[in-house]
Design a protein around this ligand. Structure first.
Ligand code: TXA
Ligand code: MG
Length: 541
Protein backbone atom coordinates (compact mmCIF):
# COMPACT_ATOMS: atom_id res chain seq x y z
CA UNK A 1 0.00 0.00 0.00
CA UNK A 2 1.39 3.39 -1.04
CA UNK A 3 0.72 6.79 0.35
CA UNK A 4 -0.17 8.40 -2.98
CA UNK A 5 1.18 11.95 -3.09
CA UNK A 6 -1.02 14.73 -4.43
CA UNK A 7 1.21 16.88 -6.69
CA UNK A 8 0.23 19.93 -8.77
CA UNK A 9 1.56 20.54 -12.28
CA UNK A 10 1.58 24.33 -11.74
CA UNK A 11 4.11 23.88 -8.94
CA UNK A 12 7.69 23.70 -10.25
CA UNK A 13 8.83 21.79 -7.14
CA UNK A 14 6.14 19.16 -7.69
CA UNK A 15 7.32 18.61 -11.27
CA UNK A 16 10.86 18.05 -9.99
CA UNK A 17 9.53 15.76 -7.28
CA UNK A 18 7.63 13.72 -9.88
CA UNK A 19 10.78 13.51 -12.02
CA UNK A 20 12.77 12.36 -9.03
CA UNK A 21 10.31 9.61 -8.09
CA UNK A 22 10.37 8.35 -11.69
CA UNK A 23 14.14 8.46 -11.92
CA UNK A 24 14.29 6.20 -8.86
CA UNK A 25 11.90 3.58 -10.21
CA UNK A 26 8.59 4.92 -8.82
CA UNK A 27 5.17 5.29 -10.44
CA UNK A 28 3.58 8.70 -11.10
CA UNK A 29 0.33 9.45 -12.94
CA UNK A 30 0.90 12.45 -15.21
CA UNK A 31 -1.41 14.63 -17.29
CA UNK A 32 -1.05 14.60 -21.09
CA UNK A 33 -3.17 16.31 -23.75
CA UNK A 34 -4.95 12.98 -24.45
CA UNK A 35 -5.55 11.20 -21.15
CA UNK A 36 -3.64 10.77 -17.88
CA UNK A 37 -0.75 8.33 -18.18
CA UNK A 38 0.68 6.03 -15.50
CA UNK A 39 4.38 6.67 -15.94
CA UNK A 40 7.52 4.74 -15.02
CA UNK A 41 11.08 4.61 -16.36
CA UNK A 42 10.64 2.64 -19.62
CA UNK A 43 14.15 1.20 -19.30
CA UNK A 44 13.65 -0.06 -15.73
CA UNK A 45 12.12 -3.57 -15.79
CA UNK A 46 11.14 -3.58 -12.13
CA UNK A 47 9.39 -0.20 -12.41
CA UNK A 48 7.54 -1.22 -15.58
CA UNK A 49 6.40 -4.43 -13.90
CA UNK A 50 4.71 -2.31 -11.24
CA UNK A 51 2.66 -0.53 -13.93
CA UNK A 52 1.15 -3.87 -14.97
CA UNK A 53 0.42 -4.67 -11.32
CA UNK A 54 -1.21 -1.31 -10.52
CA UNK A 55 -3.41 -1.43 -13.62
CA UNK A 56 -4.15 -5.16 -13.56
CA UNK A 57 -3.01 -5.05 -17.17
CA UNK A 58 -2.44 -8.24 -19.22
CA UNK A 59 1.29 -8.81 -19.74
CA UNK A 60 0.94 -9.13 -23.51
CA UNK A 61 -0.20 -5.54 -23.96
CA UNK A 62 2.79 -3.28 -24.76
CA UNK A 63 3.33 0.20 -23.33
CA UNK A 64 3.89 3.48 -25.17
CA UNK A 65 7.21 5.22 -24.50
CA UNK A 66 7.10 9.01 -24.08
CA UNK A 67 9.92 11.37 -25.02
CA UNK A 68 10.31 15.15 -24.85
CA UNK A 69 12.84 15.76 -27.66
CA UNK A 70 13.35 14.16 -31.08
CA UNK A 71 17.00 13.50 -30.18
CA UNK A 72 15.88 10.96 -27.54
CA UNK A 73 14.35 8.66 -30.15
CA UNK A 74 17.53 7.26 -31.69
CA UNK A 75 18.57 5.29 -28.61
CA UNK A 76 15.13 3.66 -28.40
CA UNK A 77 14.62 2.35 -31.94
CA UNK A 78 16.71 0.48 -34.52
CA UNK A 79 15.84 2.96 -37.26
CA UNK A 80 13.45 5.82 -37.90
CA UNK A 81 11.67 5.05 -41.19
CA UNK A 82 11.06 7.94 -43.61
CA UNK A 83 7.31 7.77 -42.93
CA UNK A 84 7.99 8.18 -39.21
CA UNK A 85 10.23 11.20 -39.85
CA UNK A 86 7.44 12.87 -41.82
CA UNK A 87 4.77 12.03 -39.26
CA UNK A 88 6.96 13.30 -36.41
CA UNK A 89 7.65 16.52 -38.31
CA UNK A 90 3.95 17.14 -38.85
CA UNK A 91 2.33 15.92 -35.67
CA UNK A 92 4.88 15.98 -32.82
CA UNK A 93 4.58 17.10 -30.17
CA UNK A 94 1.01 15.83 -30.18
CA UNK A 95 -1.47 12.96 -29.88
CA UNK A 96 0.30 10.51 -32.20
CA UNK A 97 2.18 7.31 -31.30
CA UNK A 98 4.51 5.89 -33.95
CA UNK A 99 5.49 2.21 -33.89
CA UNK A 100 9.03 1.38 -34.96
CA UNK A 101 11.50 -1.51 -34.52
CA UNK A 102 12.80 -1.30 -30.96
CA UNK A 103 16.42 -1.17 -29.85
CA UNK A 104 17.88 -3.18 -26.96
CA UNK A 105 17.38 -0.19 -24.66
CA UNK A 106 13.70 -1.18 -24.41
CA UNK A 107 13.26 -4.20 -22.14
CA UNK A 108 10.97 -7.02 -23.25
CA UNK A 109 8.44 -6.26 -20.52
CA UNK A 110 7.88 -2.71 -21.87
CA UNK A 111 7.21 -3.95 -25.40
CA UNK A 112 5.42 -7.12 -24.25
CA UNK A 113 8.00 -9.23 -26.07
CA UNK A 114 7.32 -7.56 -29.43
CA UNK A 115 10.28 -6.45 -31.54
CA UNK A 116 8.67 -3.03 -31.92
CA UNK A 117 7.90 -0.08 -29.65
CA UNK A 118 5.39 2.76 -29.80
CA UNK A 119 6.94 6.20 -29.25
CA UNK A 120 5.06 9.41 -28.54
CA UNK A 121 6.14 12.99 -27.88
CA UNK A 122 3.26 14.57 -25.95
CA UNK A 123 2.39 18.24 -26.31
CA UNK A 124 1.26 18.85 -22.73
CA UNK A 125 3.76 21.18 -21.04
CA UNK A 126 3.70 19.35 -17.69
CA UNK A 127 4.17 15.96 -19.35
CA UNK A 128 7.23 17.25 -21.19
CA UNK A 129 8.59 18.91 -18.08
CA UNK A 130 8.28 15.67 -16.10
CA UNK A 131 10.02 13.64 -18.83
CA UNK A 132 12.86 16.19 -18.80
CA UNK A 133 13.02 16.25 -14.99
CA UNK A 134 13.18 12.44 -14.83
CA UNK A 135 15.93 12.25 -17.43
CA UNK A 136 14.53 8.93 -18.74
CA UNK A 137 12.01 7.87 -21.40
CA UNK A 138 8.67 7.21 -19.71
CA UNK A 139 6.51 4.17 -20.34
CA UNK A 140 2.97 5.41 -19.75
CA UNK A 141 -0.24 3.57 -20.47
CA UNK A 142 -3.51 5.28 -19.62
CA UNK A 143 -3.73 5.58 -15.82
CA UNK A 144 -6.94 3.58 -15.40
CA UNK A 145 -7.61 0.13 -14.01
CA UNK A 146 -7.40 -2.15 -17.04
CA UNK A 147 -10.75 -2.34 -18.85
CA UNK A 148 -12.18 0.90 -17.43
CA UNK A 149 -12.56 4.18 -19.34
CA UNK A 150 -9.29 6.12 -19.51
CA UNK A 151 -8.91 8.94 -16.95
CA UNK A 152 -9.22 12.53 -18.15
CA UNK A 153 -8.98 14.20 -14.73
CA UNK A 154 -6.78 13.66 -11.68
CA UNK A 155 -9.89 12.60 -9.74
CA UNK A 156 -10.49 9.77 -12.24
CA UNK A 157 -6.93 8.59 -11.58
CA UNK A 158 -7.48 8.84 -7.84
CA UNK A 159 -10.65 6.72 -8.14
CA UNK A 160 -8.60 3.89 -9.71
CA UNK A 161 -5.06 4.30 -8.36
CA UNK A 162 -5.19 5.76 -4.85
CA UNK A 163 -2.89 3.69 -2.63
CA UNK A 164 -1.40 1.80 -5.60
CA UNK A 165 1.10 4.35 -6.95
CA UNK A 166 3.56 6.90 -5.59
CA UNK A 167 2.02 10.13 -6.83
CA UNK A 168 -0.58 11.81 -9.01
CA UNK A 169 0.38 15.04 -10.76
CA UNK A 170 -2.80 17.08 -11.15
CA UNK A 171 -2.82 19.12 -14.38
CA UNK A 172 -6.56 19.67 -14.72
CA UNK A 173 -8.82 18.11 -17.34
CA UNK A 174 -7.27 16.74 -20.54
CA UNK A 175 -7.99 18.66 -23.75
CA UNK A 176 -8.34 15.83 -26.24
CA UNK A 177 -9.90 13.20 -24.00
CA UNK A 178 -9.26 10.11 -26.16
CA UNK A 179 -5.90 8.36 -26.38
CA UNK A 180 -3.35 9.07 -29.09
CA UNK A 181 -3.61 7.75 -32.63
CA UNK A 182 -1.38 4.67 -32.88
CA UNK A 183 0.22 4.21 -36.29
CA UNK A 184 2.48 1.33 -37.31
CA UNK A 185 5.37 2.74 -39.36
CA UNK A 186 7.12 -0.64 -39.73
CA UNK A 187 4.90 -1.43 -42.75
CA UNK A 188 4.15 0.39 -46.02
CA UNK A 189 1.66 1.95 -46.31
CA UNK A 190 1.55 2.78 -42.61
CA UNK A 191 -1.34 1.28 -40.72
CA UNK A 192 -3.51 2.98 -38.11
CA UNK A 193 -3.97 0.56 -35.21
CA UNK A 194 -5.94 2.90 -32.98
CA UNK A 195 -7.71 6.06 -34.22
CA UNK A 196 -7.24 9.32 -32.30
CA UNK A 197 -7.27 13.08 -32.68
CA UNK A 198 -4.72 12.92 -35.51
CA UNK A 199 -7.06 11.56 -38.16
CA UNK A 200 -6.48 8.89 -40.80
CA UNK A 201 -7.14 11.62 -43.38
CA UNK A 202 -4.41 13.84 -41.89
CA UNK A 203 -1.92 10.96 -41.95
CA UNK A 204 -2.85 10.05 -45.53
CA UNK A 205 -2.47 13.70 -46.53
CA UNK A 206 1.14 13.68 -45.28
CA UNK A 207 2.17 10.26 -46.60
CA UNK A 208 -0.12 9.85 -49.60
CA UNK A 209 -1.66 6.69 -48.17
CA UNK A 210 -2.63 5.05 -44.89
CA UNK A 211 -4.65 1.95 -44.03
CA UNK A 212 -6.75 1.15 -40.98
CA UNK A 213 -6.35 -2.13 -39.09
CA UNK A 214 -9.48 -4.26 -39.09
CA UNK A 215 -9.44 -4.64 -35.31
CA UNK A 216 -10.51 -0.98 -35.21
CA UNK A 217 -13.87 -1.93 -36.70
CA UNK A 218 -14.83 -4.94 -34.71
CA UNK A 219 -14.19 -7.39 -31.99
CA UNK A 220 -11.38 -9.83 -32.47
CA UNK A 221 -12.10 -13.53 -32.08
CA UNK A 222 -10.24 -15.33 -29.28
CA UNK A 223 -6.80 -16.55 -30.34
CA UNK A 224 -6.60 -14.23 -33.34
CA UNK A 225 -3.32 -12.34 -33.68
CA UNK A 226 -3.79 -8.57 -33.72
CA UNK A 227 -1.24 -5.89 -34.40
CA UNK A 228 -2.11 -3.71 -31.42
CA UNK A 229 -2.61 -6.24 -28.65
CA UNK A 230 -4.60 -3.65 -26.69
CA UNK A 231 -7.35 -3.70 -29.32
CA UNK A 232 -8.47 -7.22 -28.41
CA UNK A 233 -9.49 -6.52 -24.83
CA UNK A 234 -12.83 -5.23 -23.58
CA UNK A 235 -12.15 -1.61 -22.95
CA UNK A 236 -13.53 1.66 -21.78
CA UNK A 237 -16.37 -0.19 -20.13
CA UNK A 238 -18.44 1.37 -17.36
CA UNK A 239 -20.14 -1.03 -14.90
CA UNK A 240 -23.46 -0.79 -16.71
CA UNK A 241 -24.07 -2.40 -20.09
CA UNK A 242 -23.85 0.09 -22.96
CA UNK A 243 -26.53 -0.11 -25.69
CA UNK A 244 -25.45 1.99 -28.62
CA UNK A 245 -27.84 3.40 -31.22
CA UNK A 246 -26.36 4.60 -34.49
CA UNK A 247 -27.97 6.76 -37.16
CA UNK A 248 -29.25 10.30 -37.60
CA UNK A 249 -29.29 12.00 -34.16
CA UNK A 250 -33.03 12.74 -34.32
CA UNK A 251 -33.65 9.03 -34.99
CA UNK A 252 -31.31 7.65 -32.32
CA UNK A 253 -33.00 9.97 -29.84
CA UNK A 254 -36.42 8.57 -30.80
CA UNK A 255 -35.10 5.02 -30.46
CA UNK A 256 -33.71 5.68 -26.99
CA UNK A 257 -37.01 7.22 -25.85
CA UNK A 258 -38.82 4.13 -27.19
CA UNK A 259 -36.50 1.68 -25.43
CA UNK A 260 -36.02 3.49 -22.12
CA UNK A 261 -36.82 1.37 -19.01
CA UNK A 262 -36.56 1.98 -15.29
CA UNK A 263 -32.94 2.05 -14.01
CA UNK A 264 -31.64 2.97 -17.47
CA UNK A 265 -29.20 5.82 -17.95
CA UNK A 266 -28.95 7.93 -21.10
CA UNK A 267 -25.79 9.19 -22.78
CA UNK A 268 -26.84 11.73 -25.39
CA UNK A 269 -25.75 14.86 -27.21
CA UNK A 270 -26.38 18.25 -25.56
CA UNK A 271 -29.24 19.06 -27.95
CA UNK A 272 -31.31 16.11 -26.69
CA UNK A 273 -30.88 16.44 -22.94
CA UNK A 274 -34.27 18.14 -22.47
CA UNK A 275 -36.09 15.21 -24.07
CA UNK A 276 -35.40 13.10 -20.97
CA UNK A 277 -36.44 15.63 -18.33
CA UNK A 278 -39.71 13.87 -17.49
CA UNK A 279 -38.34 10.34 -17.80
CA UNK A 280 -36.51 10.32 -14.46
CA UNK A 281 -33.51 8.71 -16.20
CA UNK A 282 -29.99 9.72 -15.22
CA UNK A 283 -28.67 11.65 -18.21
CA UNK A 284 -25.11 12.58 -19.09
CA UNK A 285 -24.20 14.41 -22.27
CA UNK A 286 -21.01 14.41 -24.30
CA UNK A 287 -21.11 17.60 -26.30
CA UNK A 288 -23.05 18.76 -29.32
CA UNK A 289 -23.76 16.17 -32.00
CA UNK A 290 -21.84 18.48 -34.34
CA UNK A 291 -18.80 18.98 -32.12
CA UNK A 292 -16.48 15.98 -32.42
CA UNK A 293 -13.79 17.58 -30.27
CA UNK A 294 -16.21 18.07 -27.40
CA UNK A 295 -17.38 14.46 -27.80
CA UNK A 296 -13.79 13.24 -27.47
CA UNK A 297 -13.11 15.49 -24.50
CA UNK A 298 -16.21 14.41 -22.59
CA UNK A 299 -16.86 10.77 -23.52
CA UNK A 300 -14.77 9.02 -20.86
CA UNK A 301 -15.77 11.33 -18.05
CA UNK A 302 -19.44 10.83 -18.93
CA UNK A 303 -19.00 7.05 -19.02
CA UNK A 304 -17.25 7.22 -15.65
CA UNK A 305 -20.04 9.36 -14.21
CA UNK A 306 -22.43 6.43 -14.67
CA UNK A 307 -20.23 4.31 -12.39
CA UNK A 308 -21.33 6.53 -9.51
CA UNK A 309 -24.97 5.60 -10.15
CA UNK A 310 -27.05 2.41 -9.98
CA UNK A 311 -27.84 2.37 -13.70
CA UNK A 312 -27.99 -1.15 -15.12
CA UNK A 313 -27.95 -0.09 -18.76
CA UNK A 314 -26.73 3.00 -20.59
CA UNK A 315 -28.63 3.84 -23.77
CA UNK A 316 -26.31 5.94 -25.91
CA UNK A 317 -26.42 8.00 -29.09
CA UNK A 318 -23.52 7.03 -31.39
CA UNK A 319 -21.28 9.78 -32.75
CA UNK A 320 -20.57 10.20 -36.46
CA UNK A 321 -17.49 8.12 -37.28
CA UNK A 322 -15.72 10.69 -39.47
CA UNK A 323 -12.54 12.70 -38.87
CA UNK A 324 -11.95 12.98 -35.14
CA UNK A 325 -15.35 11.35 -34.62
CA UNK A 326 -13.82 8.08 -35.86
CA UNK A 327 -11.82 7.80 -32.61
CA UNK A 328 -14.82 8.68 -30.46
CA UNK A 329 -16.97 6.12 -32.30
CA UNK A 330 -14.24 3.49 -31.88
CA UNK A 331 -14.09 4.02 -28.10
CA UNK A 332 -17.84 3.96 -27.53
CA UNK A 333 -18.17 0.94 -29.86
CA UNK A 334 -15.67 -0.87 -27.67
CA UNK A 335 -17.50 0.21 -24.52
CA UNK A 336 -20.60 -1.38 -26.08
CA UNK A 337 -18.69 -4.52 -27.07
CA UNK A 338 -19.39 -3.54 -30.69
CA UNK A 339 -23.09 -4.24 -30.18
CA UNK A 340 -24.54 -1.34 -32.14
CA UNK A 341 -28.15 -1.04 -33.26
CA UNK A 342 -28.63 0.91 -36.46
CA UNK A 343 -31.96 2.74 -36.26
CA UNK A 344 -32.22 4.15 -39.78
CA UNK A 345 -34.65 2.47 -42.15
CA UNK A 346 -33.23 4.53 -45.02
CA UNK A 347 -29.87 6.14 -45.64
CA UNK A 348 -30.42 9.87 -45.47
CA UNK A 349 -27.39 12.07 -46.02
CA UNK A 350 -26.93 15.83 -46.43
CA UNK A 351 -25.04 17.84 -49.03
CA UNK A 352 -24.29 21.49 -48.38
CA UNK A 353 -21.86 24.26 -49.34
CA UNK A 354 -21.68 27.91 -50.33
CA UNK A 355 -22.82 29.36 -53.68
CA UNK A 356 -20.63 28.24 -56.56
CA UNK A 357 -19.19 25.28 -54.64
CA UNK A 358 -20.89 22.91 -57.04
CA UNK A 359 -23.09 21.37 -54.37
CA UNK A 360 -25.80 20.62 -56.90
CA UNK A 361 -23.27 18.98 -59.22
CA UNK A 362 -22.41 16.67 -56.33
CA UNK A 363 -26.11 15.92 -55.98
CA UNK A 364 -26.33 15.25 -59.73
CA UNK A 365 -23.41 12.81 -59.54
CA UNK A 366 -25.07 11.06 -56.60
CA UNK A 367 -28.25 10.64 -58.69
CA UNK A 368 -26.20 8.59 -61.13
CA UNK A 369 -25.26 6.36 -58.20
CA UNK A 370 -28.89 5.67 -57.36
CA UNK A 371 -29.48 8.35 -54.74
CA UNK A 372 -32.76 10.25 -54.65
CA UNK A 373 -32.29 14.01 -54.23
CA UNK A 374 -34.53 16.31 -52.21
CA UNK A 375 -33.64 19.88 -53.16
CA UNK A 376 -34.37 22.19 -50.21
CA UNK A 377 -34.51 25.32 -52.40
CA UNK A 378 -37.23 23.73 -54.52
CA UNK A 379 -39.13 22.66 -51.43
CA UNK A 380 -38.97 26.24 -50.13
CA UNK A 381 -40.21 27.71 -53.41
CA UNK A 382 -43.09 25.26 -53.56
CA UNK A 383 -44.08 25.98 -49.96
CA UNK A 384 -44.17 29.71 -50.73
CA UNK A 385 -46.84 29.09 -53.35
CA UNK A 386 -48.89 26.41 -51.64
CA UNK A 387 -48.45 26.49 -47.86
CA UNK A 388 -51.14 28.91 -46.63
CA UNK A 389 -49.99 28.98 -43.00
CA UNK A 390 -46.42 29.78 -44.04
CA UNK A 391 -47.57 32.53 -46.44
CA UNK A 392 -49.80 34.11 -43.83
CA UNK A 393 -47.03 34.09 -41.27
CA UNK A 394 -44.55 35.60 -43.74
CA UNK A 395 -46.92 38.34 -44.82
CA UNK A 396 -47.56 39.33 -41.23
CA UNK A 397 -43.86 39.97 -40.75
CA UNK A 398 -42.98 41.07 -44.28
CA UNK A 399 -46.10 42.85 -45.69
CA UNK A 400 -44.02 44.55 -48.41
CA UNK A 401 -43.33 41.20 -50.05
CA UNK A 402 -46.95 40.84 -51.14
CA UNK A 403 -47.40 41.03 -54.93
CA UNK A 404 -50.50 40.59 -57.12
CA UNK A 405 -50.18 36.83 -57.43
CA UNK A 406 -48.71 35.94 -54.00
CA UNK A 407 -45.36 36.40 -52.35
CA UNK A 408 -42.67 38.05 -54.47
CA UNK A 409 -39.59 36.00 -53.61
CA UNK A 410 -37.05 38.58 -54.72
CA UNK A 411 -38.74 41.36 -52.72
CA UNK A 412 -38.91 39.04 -49.71
CA UNK A 413 -35.23 38.25 -50.04
CA UNK A 414 -34.31 41.93 -50.43
CA UNK A 415 -36.32 42.95 -47.35
CA UNK A 416 -35.05 40.06 -45.27
CA UNK A 417 -31.39 40.47 -46.22
CA UNK A 418 -31.55 44.23 -45.45
CA UNK A 419 -30.71 43.59 -41.81
CA UNK A 420 -29.62 40.73 -39.60
CA UNK A 421 -32.76 40.76 -37.47
CA UNK A 422 -35.20 40.42 -40.32
CA UNK A 423 -33.10 37.59 -41.75
CA UNK A 424 -33.34 35.81 -38.40
CA UNK A 425 -37.11 36.34 -38.46
CA UNK A 426 -37.35 34.98 -42.00
CA UNK A 427 -35.29 31.91 -41.14
CA UNK A 428 -37.21 31.29 -37.92
CA UNK A 429 -40.41 31.17 -39.99
CA UNK A 430 -39.19 29.28 -43.04
CA UNK A 431 -36.68 26.75 -41.70
CA UNK A 432 -39.11 24.71 -39.55
CA UNK A 433 -41.59 24.55 -42.44
CA UNK A 434 -38.95 23.42 -44.91
CA UNK A 435 -37.58 20.85 -42.47
CA UNK A 436 -41.07 19.48 -41.72
CA UNK A 437 -41.90 19.20 -45.41
CA UNK A 438 -38.60 17.44 -46.17
CA UNK A 439 -39.21 14.95 -43.35
CA UNK A 440 -42.71 14.33 -44.73
CA UNK A 441 -41.25 13.63 -48.17
CA UNK A 442 -38.67 11.25 -46.71
CA UNK A 443 -41.51 9.31 -45.05
CA UNK A 444 -43.30 9.04 -48.39
CA UNK A 445 -40.11 7.94 -50.15
CA UNK A 446 -39.62 5.22 -47.55
CA UNK A 447 -43.09 3.83 -48.25
CA UNK A 448 -41.96 3.61 -51.88
CA UNK A 449 -38.93 1.58 -50.73
CA UNK A 450 -36.54 4.37 -51.71
CA UNK A 451 -33.70 4.04 -49.22
CA UNK A 452 -30.87 6.24 -50.51
CA UNK A 453 -31.85 9.85 -50.00
CA UNK A 454 -29.82 13.06 -50.25
CA UNK A 455 -30.97 16.36 -48.77
CA UNK A 456 -29.38 19.05 -50.93
CA UNK A 457 -29.61 22.24 -48.88
CA UNK A 458 -27.51 25.43 -48.77
CA UNK A 459 -28.71 26.13 -45.22
CA UNK A 460 -28.58 22.53 -44.01
CA UNK A 461 -26.93 23.35 -40.66
CA UNK A 462 -28.84 26.60 -40.12
CA UNK A 463 -32.13 24.73 -40.45
CA UNK A 464 -30.93 21.78 -38.29
CA UNK A 465 -31.59 19.34 -41.10
CA UNK A 466 -28.23 17.75 -40.30
CA UNK A 467 -29.98 16.25 -37.25
CA UNK A 468 -31.93 14.10 -39.68
CA UNK A 469 -28.89 12.94 -41.66
CA UNK A 470 -26.53 10.04 -41.02
CA UNK A 471 -23.73 12.30 -42.14
CA UNK A 472 -23.16 15.49 -44.09
CA UNK A 473 -20.97 16.16 -47.11
CA UNK A 474 -19.65 19.73 -47.24
CA UNK A 475 -18.62 20.91 -50.70
CA UNK A 476 -15.86 23.51 -50.94
CA UNK A 477 -14.04 25.21 -53.80
CA UNK A 478 -11.35 27.92 -54.02
CA UNK A 479 -12.99 31.35 -53.88
CA UNK A 480 -11.80 32.48 -57.33
CA UNK A 481 -13.44 29.42 -58.89
CA UNK A 482 -16.68 30.02 -56.96
CA UNK A 483 -16.77 33.65 -58.18
CA UNK A 484 -16.36 32.55 -61.83
CA UNK A 485 -19.11 29.96 -61.49
CA UNK A 486 -21.61 32.34 -59.88
CA UNK A 487 -20.94 35.12 -62.43
CA UNK A 488 -21.50 32.72 -65.31
CA UNK A 489 -24.51 30.95 -63.85
CA UNK A 490 -26.43 33.98 -62.58
CA UNK A 491 -25.10 36.52 -65.09
CA UNK A 492 -23.99 38.95 -62.39
CA UNK A 493 -20.97 41.23 -61.99
CA UNK A 494 -17.85 40.29 -60.09
CA UNK A 495 -18.78 42.76 -57.32
CA UNK A 496 -22.20 41.16 -56.95
CA UNK A 497 -20.61 37.72 -56.87
CA UNK A 498 -18.24 38.80 -54.09
CA UNK A 499 -21.14 40.32 -52.16
CA UNK A 500 -23.08 37.07 -52.48
CA UNK A 501 -20.20 35.01 -51.14
CA UNK A 502 -19.50 37.49 -48.33
CA UNK A 503 -23.06 37.08 -47.07
CA UNK A 504 -22.58 33.31 -46.69
CA UNK A 505 -20.54 31.17 -44.30
CA UNK A 506 -16.92 30.56 -45.34
CA UNK A 507 -15.41 27.20 -46.21
CA UNK A 508 -14.07 27.03 -42.65
CA UNK A 509 -17.67 26.73 -41.44
CA UNK A 510 -18.29 23.70 -43.64
CA UNK A 511 -14.95 22.18 -42.71
CA UNK A 512 -15.87 22.51 -39.06
CA UNK A 513 -19.33 20.98 -39.18
CA UNK A 514 -19.46 18.66 -42.20
CA UNK A 515 -18.41 15.02 -41.75
CA UNK A 516 -16.82 14.67 -45.18
CA UNK A 517 -15.34 17.51 -47.24
CA UNK A 518 -15.26 17.37 -51.00
CA UNK A 519 -12.98 19.91 -52.65
CA UNK A 520 -14.79 20.36 -55.93
CA UNK A 521 -12.29 22.26 -58.06
CA UNK A 522 -12.02 19.82 -60.96
CA UNK A 523 -14.30 18.55 -63.71
CA UNK A 524 -17.62 16.80 -63.25
CA UNK A 525 -16.05 13.52 -64.39
CA UNK A 526 -13.36 13.83 -61.71
CA UNK A 527 -16.01 14.55 -59.13
CA UNK A 528 -18.02 11.51 -60.22
CA UNK A 529 -14.94 9.32 -59.92
CA UNK A 530 -14.10 10.64 -56.44
CA UNK A 531 -17.63 9.97 -55.25
CA UNK A 532 -17.74 6.48 -56.75
CA UNK A 533 -14.28 5.30 -55.79
CA UNK A 534 -13.00 7.18 -52.79
CA UNK A 535 -15.94 7.61 -50.49
CA UNK A 536 -16.62 4.37 -48.66
CA UNK A 537 -19.60 5.92 -46.88
CA UNK A 538 -21.65 6.53 -50.01
CA UNK A 539 -20.71 3.47 -52.05
CA UNK A 540 -23.70 1.35 -53.03
CA UNK A 541 -24.64 -1.17 -50.37
O1 TXA B 1 -2.65 8.93 -25.51
C1 TXA B 1 -2.03 7.94 -25.20
O2 TXA B 1 -1.45 7.21 -26.03
C2 TXA B 1 -1.95 7.57 -23.71
C3 TXA B 1 -1.17 8.68 -23.01
C4 TXA B 1 -0.92 8.39 -21.57
O3 TXA B 1 0.02 8.93 -23.72
N1 TXA B 1 -1.40 6.27 -23.52
C5 TXA B 1 -2.08 5.14 -23.83
O4 TXA B 1 -1.42 3.96 -23.58
O5 TXA B 1 -3.20 5.16 -24.30
P1 TXA B 1 -2.14 2.54 -23.50
O6 TXA B 1 -1.12 1.63 -23.00
O7 TXA B 1 -3.39 2.65 -22.72
O8 TXA B 1 -2.44 2.15 -24.97
C6 TXA B 1 -1.40 1.72 -25.82
C7 TXA B 1 -1.95 1.10 -27.07
C8 TXA B 1 -2.44 -0.30 -26.84
O9 TXA B 1 -3.58 -0.56 -27.63
C9 TXA B 1 -1.24 -1.11 -27.29
O10 TXA B 1 -1.61 -2.42 -27.66
C10 TXA B 1 -0.71 -0.30 -28.45
O11 TXA B 1 -0.91 1.03 -28.05
N2 TXA B 1 0.73 -0.53 -28.65
C11 TXA B 1 1.74 -0.09 -27.89
N3 TXA B 1 2.92 -0.52 -28.37
C12 TXA B 1 2.66 -1.25 -29.46
C13 TXA B 1 3.46 -1.99 -30.39
N4 TXA B 1 4.76 -2.06 -30.29
N5 TXA B 1 2.83 -2.61 -31.40
C14 TXA B 1 1.49 -2.55 -31.51
N6 TXA B 1 0.69 -1.88 -30.65
C15 TXA B 1 1.26 -1.25 -29.64
MG1 MG C 1 -5.31 2.27 -22.10
Amino acid sequence: MHNTLDLKSKNEKDILRAGDILKHGGLVAIPTETVYGLAADATNEEAVKQIFVAKGRPQDNPLIVHISEMSEIYALVKEVPQAAVLLAEHFWPGPLTIIMKKSDAIPAITSANLDSVGIRMPEHAAARAVIKASGVPLAAPSANTSGKPSPTTAQHVRDDMEGKIDAILDGGACDVGVESTVVDATCTPVRVLRPGAITVEQIAAVLGEATVDKAVFGEVSPGEIVRAPGMKYRHYAPKAEVLLFSGAPSKTNDAILDNLCEDDGVLCFDEYKNCYEDSGAIVHTYGSYRDKQAQGRLLFSSLRAFDKTDCKRILAQAPRPFGEGFAVANRINKAAGFHVKSVDTARVIGVTGASGSGKSTVAKCLTKMGWHIINADEVYHQLLTCDCALRKNLLQHFPDAWAANGIDRSVLAAVAFANANSLLTLNAITHPSVRAEILRRIKVLKTQKITKIVIDAPLLFESNLDMDCQFVIGVTVPRTEAICRIMKRDEITIEQAHMRLDSQPRDAFYRKYADIIIENAGTEAELQSTLENELEAIKAK
